[in-house]
Design a protein around this ligand. Structure first.
Ligand code: PHE
Length: 444
């Protein structure tokens, strides 16, 4: 591309990079514990419905906005329409800051667990011991901060390297590897004695468990997991060339992300029940359940280390997209160098993550609106900012730039896709109304 912003090597390169952004801790850490807290299969079904209606439409909307404008989220709204629209981009940048601050803390845990894999972690199957170990680690005032720092340094270093080189190459190897190891783990988990109860919990819906909170959590999980509502896909879409098939890309990314989350649940849920853990245990669920699974595998240490390495890389391919949103804005609009922007904002985000980490230990008594700091950051960004961003992004495509968006999605009429009409209807009415309704009823 002649504007010097860099671009993806190919359509596959984009799909891999965007799927790399989508697939991460959201699938393997957040999705299983959300499912566990929200009653299992009923949550899964609501989640799937939301992903393949609102989620996929918002995905295409973001990619379309990005490629049409070839800019960061703020600049994109400014060049395509102007007015107050760039505020949506600013909200996205704020969400990027907040999400990355606690994302990096949790990603740091995966680094620690790589090391723990070699020191006996994969030999323990007692839920009490694993729970205590996890609790002791995350509540330590120093250790998790060191790993948080290491993770931010890695993220900053990759973002300095630019979009097409590093990101694409990593994703090409990582995705298939992650997929394969999940299959191995599923084979182990579902054959554990007592796994059947977990499968039933995960796959046999009990609709009496549905309420406004479950639906709100499913929506926020969909936006978080698909990297939507804050302009990550606008930013990645802005590096796309004009002949890419956007509907196909949106569909592929949505499908891959959902598949990985579903598979992660298929590992965690059976294991949770087989070992007698509490499915509603919260954010520690993956970290206390998986080691128990490894302990029942030949070569458990090897599988544990391999798994946490893959999870770390998956987290990195997501965190770089979070930081990229912030960096792209300051590079495009404020003329900062990529390097300066990455280092300055990486540092600020690191600092913002410190209270999140401490809220699990020494600051655990400090609560705002009944939530610890990490929980609060997660709630504000995932449950409020991302869905709100989703309302405005779909409204923008549905009403403000309708014809331009259709032309962009079809490469000026060169390609067709069966769900074009549906997409516009969802962007115009269904998504904004449904999201607003879910937000309001979920918050009350
Ligand atoms: N989708 C990522 C994950 O599931 C997190 C993320 C959210 C990344 C929003 C970018 C934007 O881990």
């Amino acid at each position: 591309m002649s504007n010097g912003r860099g671009s993806w090597g190919s359509q596959l390169g984009f799909i891999l990079a965007a799927a790399g952004s989508a697939i991460g801790l959201g699938n393997i850490w957040r999705f299983p514990y959300m499912t566990g807290q929200n009653g299992g299969a009923a949550f899964l079904i609501v989640y799937l419905v939301l992903v393949f209606t609102i989620g996929i439409s918002a995905m295409l909307a973001e990619i379309v906005i990005g490629r049409a404008a070839q800019r960061n989220p703020v600049g994109a709204f400014a060049v395509l329409k102007g007015g107050l629209w760039p505020l949506v981009g600013f909200m996205g940048i704020a969400a990027g800051f907040i999400i990355l601050s606690f994302y990096s803390v949790v990603a740091g845990w995966t680094i620690a667990y790589i090391f723990k894999s070699f020191t006996g972690l994969a030999t323990i199957s007692d839920p009490k011991v694993l729970g205590e170990m996890f609790g002791k680690f995350i509540s330590d005032p120093v250790q998790p901060l060191i790993y948080h720092a290491i993770f931010m340094i890695l993220t900053v270093a990759i973002v300095i390297g630019g979009v097409s080189g590093g990101i694409e190459k990593w994703c090409k190897v990582l995705m298939p590897a992650l997929f394969l190891i999940l299959l191995v783990l599923i084979a182990r988990a579902v054959t554990l004695p007592g796994a059947g109860k977990g499968l039933a919990f995960y796959l046999k819906p009990d609709f009496s468990k549905l309420n406004a909170k479950v639906i709100h959590d499913a929506l926020s999980q969909a936006f978080f997991s698909l990297s939507l509502g804050m302009g990550a896909m606008i930013t990645y879409g802005s590096y796309l060339s004009k002949n890419t098939n956007l509907p196909h890309a949106a569909l592929s990314v949505t499908f891959l992300d959902t598949l990985v989350a579903f598979l992660a649940g298929l590992v965690i849920m059976p294991a949770v029940f087989a070992f007698g853990f509490n499915p509603a245990a919260g954010p520690g669920l993956t970290f206390i359940t998986l080691p128990a699974v490894f302990s029942k595998m030949p070569g458990g240490m090897f599988w544990a280390a391999l798994f946490f390495v893959l999870l770390l890389i998956a987290a990195l391919t997501s965190s770089i997209s979070l930081l990229e949103v912030v960096v792209a804005y300051f590079v495009d609009e404020k003329g900062m160098s990529r390097k300066t922007a990455a280092i300055v904002f990486g540092t600020i985000i690191f600092l913002l993550g410190i209270p999140s980490s401490l809220s699990l230990g020494v600051w655990s008594n400090f609560k705002i609106m009944g939530k610890g700091f990490l929980d609060l950051m997660d709630y504000i960004s995932s449950n409020i900012l991302l869905p709100t961003g989703g309302i405005f992004i779909t409204l923008f495509v549905g009403w403000a730039i309708t014809e331009r968006a259709k032309a962009e999605a079809t490469n000026n009429g060169k390609i067709q896709f069966a769900w074009e009409g549906l997409w516009i209807i969802i962007c115009k009415f269904v998504a904004p109304i449904a999201i607003a309704w879910i937000l309001i009823s979920g918050i009350m």
